[in-house]
Design a protein around this ligand. Structure first.
Ligand SMILES: [Zn+2]
Length: 244
């Protein structure tokens, strides 16, 4: 679902926020390095299988994390999944804390939705992300200003596998077929790993197709030639702040 126009029209008056002179964050809608495909995954628990499917062909992917959506990012199992994805060389980025539509929130709440995931990734793996995918792809000028003030670029996509909007695995695969037939210079694909079929059926198919067409499967940052993180340091040890 993509409500870009509605979202823009509903922008909160900037002078009400005290950040009216803040520049707007860049919005990334496609890759720029020719012959790259960035497969991106939002929301879900199947990183291990997706990671294996990608690394088996020498590829990398990008995982956008929520803090508290299906589960809490600070639970042991979730911490391990974040560490695993990062450790395998995939890119980690923010999908905001609780998967709220940011265009409905106050400046304070947008800041909180963004900062809590950035802090969590910093604690768990020691990196401060530089990219945020706003839930539902929704943003307005206020969201862009706050994102900019936090060092974030916003990321949408130029291809939607449709798995979160009711497509069957067969339909998602057909969508990848059509995409590859058109053979665009680059691909920035949205997938939802909340669906078991995405991880185990659609994705292996898509990977084979894209690799067969000669695309390099790279992270989002690589397909843009940008830095994935604002800072990289050592992970922290669990303490009382690790709560949802
Ligand atoms: Zn999402």
């Amino acid at each position: 679902m993509f409500f870009h126009f509605e979202a823009t029209l509903r922008a909160t008056p900037a002078n009400a926020t005290g950040i009216d002179s803040t520049p707007l964050a860049q919005v990334i809608t496609k890759c720029t390095i020719p012959n790259t495909a960035a497969l991106t995954f939002d929301d879900g628990p199947y990183q291990r299988d997706i990671s294996k499917a990608l690394t088996d062909v020498g590829g990398k992917g990008t995982f956008f994390w929520n803090g508290d959506n299906y589960g809490c990012i600070y639970e042991d199992e979730d911490v391990e999944r974040v560490k695993f994805a990062y450790g395998q060389g995939h890119m980690v980025a923010s999908h905001t804390w609780a998967h709220k539509d940011l265009t409905t929130l106050s400046a304070e709440d947008i800041n909180s939705e963004m900062s809590r995931v950035e802090d969590a990734l910093d604690r768990i793996i020691g990196v401060r992300p530089a990219f945020t995918r706003p839930p539902y792809g929704n943003y307005n000028d206020l969201v862009r200003k706050i994102a900019h003030s936090r060092g974030q670029k916003l990321v949408t996509w130029d291809f939607d596998s449709g798995d979160s909007t009711g497509s069957t695995p067969a339909q998602s695969k057909k969508a990848y077929d059509k995409l590859v037939k058109k053979h665009p210079s680059t691909v920035l694909a949205l997938n939802h790993e909340t669906y078991e079929t995405t991880a185990h059926d659609v994705l292996p198919y898509a990977i084979k197709l894209l690799v067969g067409k000669g695309y390099k499967l790279v992270t989002l940052a690589e397909c843009l030639d940008m830095d994935p993180y604002q800072s990289v340091s050592n992970p922290q040890n669990r303490d009382g702040s690790w709560t949802c």
